[in-house]
Design a protein around this ligand. Structure first.
Ligand code: VGL
Ligand code: ZN
Length: 206
């Protein structure tokens, strides 16, 4: 059983990432019952929401002549261009209707800076600290489990930054689903392993 020093971070389980959504993750809806059951075992749970202004720089629509899934160079590095998704307060940005995590103690919204993307819940693409590491540390958290959507983007980035911030870090694989764009899932798995992030399924979390 996870202890009081454990936290579960549920990343971006939002309508736009579910089948039929603006940036649908294949089988993204399958994580919901797994996440609900998993979260019930944790006393500390954080939810995140991708939360972009309508003209966010990560949207292909903000780059004339570019298409979704192209990559461009932005001041902070390469940026994949996405379809318009998770626009602040839109129905697509809402948490999945059947996500049932009433005891989550914080909902962290990220990607709200128009000029900077934020796959990670810990820091934006330009390195800006969201304050999450300090918040978790202040509550005595030493180990973080990360799950949600999508494994190879926001889940992986969040797990890598949790590890970089000094937390023991576990990616809960069967509570996550990937976009898998040009080998992004294999690349993410390699980076996670190299960083010392452990990958487990929910039933393996003792
Ligand atoms: C995500 C792409 C763009 C994610 C968010 O939640 O993995 N991916 N914005
Ligand atoms: Zn986004």
């Amino acid at each position: 059983m996870p202890s009081t020093t454990d936290c579960l971070i549920v990343v971006d389980v939002q309508n736009d990432f579910l089948p039929g959504g603006a940036l649908a993750v294949p089988a993204g809806d399958e994580v919901v019952p797994v996440v609900n059951a998993l979260a019930a075992r944790f006393s500390s749970v954080v939810l995140t929401q991708d939360w972009h202004p309508a003209d966010h720089r990560s949207f292909a629509a903000a780059h004339p002549g570019r298409a979704p899934f192209d990559t461009v160079e932005l001041p902070y590095g390469p940026q994949v261009l996405w379809p318009v998704h998770c626009v602040q307060a839109s129905p697509g940005a809402a948490l999945a209707a059947d996500l049932a995590v009433p005891h989550a103690f914080v909902i962290l919204r990220k990607g709200a800076n128009r000029f900077v993307d934020s796959y990670s819940a810990f820091r934006e693409a330009d390195g800006t600290d969201t304050g999450l590491a300090a918040l978790l540390s202040a509550r005595g958290i030493t180990r973080v489990h990360v799950c949600g959507l999508a494994t190879d983007f926001c889940v992986a980035w969040t797990a890598l930054d949790a590890r970089a911030a000094g937390f023991e870090t576990v990616l809960v694989d069967d509570a996550s689903r990937a976009i898998d764009l040009d080998g992004s899932l294999a690349a993410a798995r390699a980076r996670l392993e190299a960083a010392g992030v452990v990958t487990l399924d929910a039933e393996e979390i003792a």
